[in-house]
Design a binder for this molecule. Structure first.
Ligand code: GDP
Ligand code: IMO
Ligand code: MG
Length: 455
C-alpha cells in the first residue's frame, strides 16, 4: 500500500479551505471536459475523478499530439500533479494499466496517480453482461416492437459493476485486488451465478467459456493488483490532508449531467452521479470544500446512444455539424447524434450543478451557417414551459421552440479575446448567459490549449 495510508485525519474543513474547483459536462457528454481539465490543472495540485469509469473518453490535443484518456485524470500532462481515482469510480484494472503503459510509452509521467482502495472493480464478466443485456434488449425491441430497447451503452461494464456495488456481497473493491483469498472467493461465486444467467444466451451470442473461468479471472486481477499495488490507497484521507494543507483540488466529472442516474434522462443514462452532486459520495470531500463549479457545454448539443434528444437534427445541417466538429465517439468511435443548442436543458443542468460559470466549447464549429436555431422553451401537450421534464417519455414528446439567431462567419479558431469574436458570435454567447443565468467564463474555439478565450 502507498505511504499516504498512514496519514491521520485533519479535522473539519473551514471557510478558508474552500479552494476546490469542479469541471462537469452540462449535456450528454463529450463537451470538452478533457480540454478544460487539462487547462485548469496547472493552477491546481490534484485532479480527482469521482464517477464513471472507462466509458469516459476525454481528449486533449497538444500540437499534433492527441491523448484519449478513459480512467486517467486529465491533469496527467502536467508533471508533478497528484492524480486521484476516487472511490466513486469503477475501475477496469487492465484498462487502467494499458493507459499507464500507453502514456509511459509516450514519455508521459504517471507517477502521481493513486487509486482509492474503496473504488469498485469492473471485472471481465461485467463487460460480458453489459453486452449481453444490450443485445437482449435490442433483440426484444426489434422482434416484439417493445419500447424498452437498448440504452446504447459503451459496453465497458459500467452498469453491471455499479449494480454489483449496490448488491454488495460479491462486489470486488480495488483493495481486494491485494487480498487473494477474498478475491478468489468473490470471483468464484460471481462466476457461478453468472454461469446460470449467461447459459441461456451463450448459444445465440457466443459467450466464450473462458468468460466465466473464475480461476483465470482471479489470476488476471491479482496480477493487475500487483502492478497497481503502490498506487492503491485511502484517498479520502489523502484528499482531506491536501485540503488542510491549503492545496487546491480540481474535480473532473465524467459523462455528463443529462446522463446522471438521478438527474438525467432516465433510463437513458449511465449508472453514476455525473454532476457536481456526485463529488461528496465519490470522493469523501464534503460540499463545504467546493468553490468554483464550471459547467462545460458545446455551442450545440450531441448525444451518443439511445434516448430522447429534443433538438436533434437528422438532416444535412446535423451532418455538417458532425463533420466539422468531428463528432465521433472517443471511446467507441460511434457517430454522435447532433442537434441545436438546447437552453432549457442547459439551464436545468446549470441549476442542478450550482454552476458558478460556463465554458462554451466548439464555437468555431458553428461558423459559416446563415442562421442558428437555439431552443429556449419547450411545448409539451400544447403547454409552453421552460422546465426540463424528469421523465424520458415526456421529453420525447417535447416540441422545441426556437429563437433564430443570425449566423456568424470567419475562422474563429484564431480569436484569443472576446473582442476578436464576430459580433453575432458574441450575441450567441449573450443569449446563453441570459437563459442559463450563469456567466460564460471561458470560450473554446478549437481543440488546442491556446485556442481558448478567458483563461
Ligand atoms: P469530453 O468527453 O468532454 O472530454 O470530450 P471529448 O474529448 O470526448 O470530445 C470533445 C472533442 O472536441 C475532442 O476531440 C476535443 O479535442 C475537441 N474539442 C474540444 N474543444 C473544442 C473546440 O472548442 N473546438 C473544436 N473544434 N474541437 C474541440
Ligand atoms: P464522456 O466522459 C458520451 C452514454 C452512452 C450510453 C449511456 C450509458 O466522454 O463525456 P454506459 O456505458 O455508461 O452504461 O452508457 O451513456 N455515455 C456517454 N456518452 N460521453 C460519455 O463520457 C459517456 N459515458 C456514457 O453512450 O448512451
Ligand atoms: Mg468524451
Amino acid at each position: 500500500m502507498a505511504e499516504h495510508d498512514t496519514i491521520e485525519g485533519g479535522g473539519p474543513t473551514t471557510e478558508n479551505t474552500r479552494r476546490c474547483s469542479t469541471v462537469v459536462g452540462l449535456h450528454w457528454g463529450d463537451e470538452g471536459k478533457g480540454k478544460l481539465v487539462d487547462l485548469l490543472a496547472k493552477e491546481h495540485d490534484a485532479v480527482v475523478r469521482f464517477n464513471g469509469g472507462a466509458n469516459a473518453g476525454h481528449s486533449i490535443q497538444i500540437g499534433d499530439e492527441r491523448f484519449a484518456l478513459h480512467l486517467m485524470p486529465s491533469g496527467v500532462l502536467h508533471p508533478g500533479k497528484r492524480l486521484v481515482i476516487g472511490n466513486g469510480v469503477v475501475v477496469d484494472p487492465e484498462q487502467l494499466l494499458a493507459e499507464i503503459d500507453g502514456l509511459g510509452a509516450r514519455n508521459v509521467d504517471t507517477s502521481g496517480l493513486v487509486v482509492s482502495s474503496r473504488a469498485h472493480v469492473v471485472l471481465p464478466y461485467h463487460k460480458d453482461e453489459d453486452g449481453l443485456r444490450e443485445a437482449m434488449l435490442q433483440g426484444r425491441a426489434e422482434s416484439a416492437k417493445q419500447k424498452q430497447g437498448e440504452i446504447g451503452t459503451t459496453r465497458r461494464g459500467i452498469g453491471p459493476s455499479y449494480a454489483e456495488k449496490t448488491n454488495r456481497s460479491l462486489a470486488v473493491r480495488v483493495g481486494d485486488l491485494l487480498r487473494p483469498e477474498v478475491l478468489r472467493e468473490k470471483v468464484a461465486a460471481s462466476c457461478e451465478i453468472r454461469h446460470a444467467m449467461f447459459a441461456e444466451f451463450a448459444s445465440t451470442d457466443g459467450v466464450p467459456a473462458e468468460a466465466l473461468d473464475a480461476e483465470a479471472i482471479t489470476e488476471r486481477m491479482l496480477a493487475a493488483g500487483q502492478r497497481l499495488r503502490d498506487r492503491i490507497t485511502d484517498t479520502v484521507y489523502l484528499l482531506h490532508e491536501m485540503v488542510q494543507r491549503g492545496q487546491r483540488l480540481l474535480f473532473e466529472g465524467a459523462n455528463a449531467t443529462l446522463l446522471d442516474v438521478d438527474h438525467g434522462t432516465f433510463p437513458f443514462v449511465t449508472s453514476s452521479s455525473t454532476c457536481a452532486l456526485g463529488i461528496g459520495p465519490g470522493t469523501g470531500v464534503p460540499p463545504t470544500c467546493l468553490d468554483r463549479v464550471i459547467g462545460v457545454m458545446k455551442a450545440y448539443c450531441t448525444r451518443v446512444g439511445a434516448g430522447p434528444f429534443p433538438t436533434e437534427l437528422e438532416n444535412a445541417t446535423g451532418d455538417a455539424i458532425r463533420e466539422r466538429g468531428r463528432e465521433y465517439g472517443t471511446t467507441t468511435g460511434r457517430p454522435r447524434r447532433v442537434g441545436w443548442l438546447d437552453l432549457v436543458a442547459t439551464r436545468y443542468a446549470a441549476m442542478v450543478n450550482g454552476c458558478t460559470g460556463l465554458a462554451v466549447t466548439m464555437l468555431d464549429v458553428l461558423s459559416g451557417f446563415d442562421e442558428l436555431l437555439v431552443c429556449t422553451e419547450y411545448e409539451i401537450d400544447g403547454v409552453k414551459t421552460d422546465r426540463f421534464p424528469a421523465d424520458a417519455e415526456a421529453l420525447r414528446s417535447v416540441r422545441p421552440i426556437y429563437t433564430r439567431m443570425d449566423g456568424f462567419s470567419g475562422d474563429l479558431s484564431l480569436a484569443r479575446s472576446v473582442g476578436e469574436l464576430p459580433a453575432r458570435a458574441r450575441a450567441y454567447l449573450e443569449l446563453i448567459e441570459q437563459h442559463a443565468g450563469v456567466p460564460v467564463d471561458i470560450v473554446s474555439v478549437g481543440p488546442e490549449r491556446a485556442q481558448t478565450i478567458g483563461l
